[in-house]
Design a protein around this ligand. Structure first.
Ligand code: KG4
Ligand code: ZN
Length: 358
């Protein structure tokens, strides 16, 4: 196969120079939210370099991510980070074979920083460029550490999304359900804010919950509905009402009870999808997948129900560029080469459930 002559969707023959050295180095670039990340991954599975500059401390005083600040910080950070990733491993930019960048979903201004850098490198060095869906990359991060068999059910739980998928292959990923309002991570962040805990809320709530008991009955939304959708906005309101009506509330008990309600909801829906599809494999990814309470509950169920559950290690659950490079490798192999005029996508098209309602 002549990899230097790949066809783009617009039928323009795109030629680029590929070295032949028996393996493939993919440069991943991720700037969808408040983490600037650059990684180099060999053959889609081996991390050569994986650097993340977290802006968490910058956004903490605001209680959440400020898009304008995030974009400006990405601009300042991305090139030094890229230089560090290359220098650390003594790799020249010209030795990179493919550039993979997050196209969306995310904050448009933030995404554009990564996309511009990726396009500039690909153009200047005549290298192929691939555009990656951030949520699909989260799901495929697991292949940097383990080898689950396809097909599997995937649960991506992050600050902006809570989605269930049926993954048949790296490039054949069907969305089964999504949150109808707040994402699970967003609910963690908002409830943490109500409790006066620092951003990002997931880690703060998890830490405090260890000192409390889940003795408050908060709702488990949509559990009795026969679909794979989630809703966390009502749960968040239930916590706000509880705090209003119980002025002497125990913070740790509220944290533990809220966390338990989110975990029960995620686990019930994910296990339902596994059973309905007769697939004994579940991959859990995204920032909330770092939560130990969620991991413990899923592992306990997996032993009882004979389901194999896969979690990336916590550093590969939260935003990183290694996952972008890993999926980028498979897109490149499938000739999914991006045009130079592709744009950032803040949200991918809504699922049919939403379309019917609006
Ligand atoms: O995937 P991610 O790093 O960024 C997005 O794509 O959104 O996820 C960030 C989200 C935040 O809402 C954060 O509060 C949550 O993941 N998170 C956690 C934990 N660590 C991060 N939620 C619960 N428990 C954790 N240990
Ligand atoms: Zn993410």
């Amino acid at each position: 196969m002549d990899l230097t002559q790949l066809k783009q969707p617009c039928n323009v023959v795109y030629s680029f120079s590929l070295r032949y050295h028996g393996f493939m180095l993919v440069l991943g670039i991720e700037t969808s939210c408040d983490e600037t990340a650059v990684a180099i991954v060999k053959d889609g599975t081996k991390i050569v370099s994986n650097l993340v500059y977290s802006q968490v401390a910058i956004h903490r005083p605001y209680g959440g991510v400020v898009p304008e600040i995030a974009s400006r910080k990405h601009i300042e950070t991305i090139l030094p980070l890229l230089e560090q990733a290359l220098h650390q491993k003594n790799i020249k930019l010209s030795e990179i074979d493919v550039i993979a960048v997050t196209q969306g979903p995310g904050l448009v201004g933030a995404l554009l920083v990564g996309i511009c850098i990726a396009k500039a490198i690909a153009f200047a060095l005549n290298k192929p460029l691939v555009a990656i869906n951030h949520l699909e990359a989260h799901l495929m991060a697991i292949f940097l550490e383990q080898k689950p068999l396809f097909p599997f059910i995937g649960l991506v739980v992050s600050g902006g999304h809570t989605n269930l998928y049926l993954a048949k292959d790296f490039l054949e990923i069907k969305q089964l359900g999504q949150t109808l309002d707040d994402a699970a991570g967003e609910a963690f962040d908002k409830v943490a804010h109500m409790l006066g805990l620092p951003y990002p809320g997931g880690i703060s709530i998890e830490k405090l919950a260890k000192e409390g008991s889940p003795n408050i009955k908060f709702p488990r939304p949509l559990l009795n509905k026969n679909n794979y959708h989630f809703s966390f906005s009502g749960l968040k309101t239930a916590v706000a009402n509880y705090l209003r009506h119980h002025p002497s509330f125990c913070k740790a008990d509220v944290a533990a009870s809220f966390q338990q309600a989110v975990v029960d909801t995620l686990v019930t829906k994910a296990v339902q999808a596994v059973k309905d599809h007769l697939l004994p494999r579940l991959v859990v990814a995204g920032g909330v997948a770092a939560n130990q309470c969620l991991r413990k509950k899923l592992l306990a169920i997996s032993q009882k129900e004979d389901i194999k559950v896969y979690f990336p290690s916590p550093a590969l659950c939260t935003d990183n560029a290694a996952m972008v490079a890993a999926l980028g490798y498979h897109h490149f192999k499938a000739h999914n080469i991006a045009d130079f005029d592709f744009d950032a996508i803040s949200r991918y098209p809504v699922c049919p459930f939403h379309q019917k309602k609006s």
